[in-house]
Design a protein around this ligand. Structure first.
Ligand code: THG
Length: 270
């Protein structure tokens, strides 16, 4: 599972404050703890006004790289902020994200092609927003995969995000995500599939339970990456169990090692 650690996000209050105050210690702690918890990438979202975002992104990238080697997932729709980050990264990055929206195709996709980055593709566009069917989402995915490959990216650099909408607003919403994951897996076997899953439980009680169950179900239909809080012990346990039960953990090694080192499971009984 390719884990993208979600915590360095300027839409979170404490992170916004740390960016304003240039509180490097706070950001470094978030970077280290997510790296140690097994993130393959750290999402970096400055979440600030367009005029400030390039400077804030540059500061975040520099600050994070002073304490960890984990590749970064630059999360912005602002081409100037993305470029500022791309010019500083020391490991092959990911861009989060391009969609079928015109400004993203014209402003973000060319940067991914120029810097040959990994790239998240969102299944939404100007015309329909997030389509209410997997067929509608696949039409957008087809177009974005085509443009990316024509521009020189490999399928293995692409991370399709099928998008998740709240189950509280549509009985079929989780099913649309599974159908989209299955279609991408079948049509583009080399592409990765990632998602920020927590939208599924918006407006519902017991959100962690719903998120954990949804995670297992998405892994079953072929999702191989997720944007999540890697320090969430329960979510990590579900991930490791799901992958093991999908035949992706030879001799159950990853699961067993995580239990032995205390990373998942209840503390030993006295
Ligand atoms: N797809 C893509 N990118 C995305 C999303 C997606 N980026 C943003 C978002 N969705 C994923 N990132 C977050 C970041 C923080 C939280 C949720 C999603 C969040 N934080 C809580 C808080 O700030 O209080 C709790 C954090 C915690 O558990 O400690 O909810 O879908 N491509």
């Amino acid at each position: 599972m390719i884990i993208i650690g979600e915590k360095i996000n300027g839409t979170r209050k404490a992170v916004a404050q740390a960016i304003r105050d240039r509180d490097a210690a706070f950001i470094k702690d978030l970077a280290k703890s997510q790296a140690e918890a097994g993130s393959s990438y750290l999402d970096v979202n400055a979440g600030t006004a367009p005029e400030r975002e390039p400077d804030d992104m540059a500061w975040l990238v520099t600050t994070i790289q002073e304490v960890c080697d984990t590749p970064l997932c630059l999360d912005s729709a602002n081409p100037a902020a993305l470029r500022a980050g791309l010019e500083l990264v020391t490991h092959p990055p990911m861009i989060n994200s391009v969609s079928g929206e015109k400004p993203r195709i014209e402003g973000v996709l060319p940067l991914a092609l120029e810097f040959k980055t990994n790239l998240i593709l969102l299944a939404l566009d100007d015309e329909t927003g997030i389509p209410n069917s997997s067929e509608g989402r696949m039409k957008i995915v087809d177009r974005l995969v085509g443009l990316s490959k024509d521009g020189g990216l490999l399928e293995s650099q692409l991370f399709v995000d099928p998008l998740v909408t709240a189950i509280s607003t549509g009985t079929e919403n989780a099913m649309i995500t599974y159908d989209t994951i299955r279609s991408v897996r079948e049509k583009y076997p080399e592409c990765h599939i990632t998602s920020g899953l927590s939208n599924i439980s918006f407006g519902m009680p017991l959100r962690p339970l719903i998120n954990q169950t949804f995670m297992a179900m998405c892994v079953q239909v072929g999702m191989d990456s997720a944007i999540l809080n890697p320090n969430d012990r329960n979510l990590r346990a579900v991930l490791l169990a799901s992958e093991m039960l999908m035949g992706k953990d030879r001799f159950c090694q990853n699961f067993s090692r995580a239990v032995r080192s205390g990373k998942i499971g209840d503390p030993p009984q006295k």
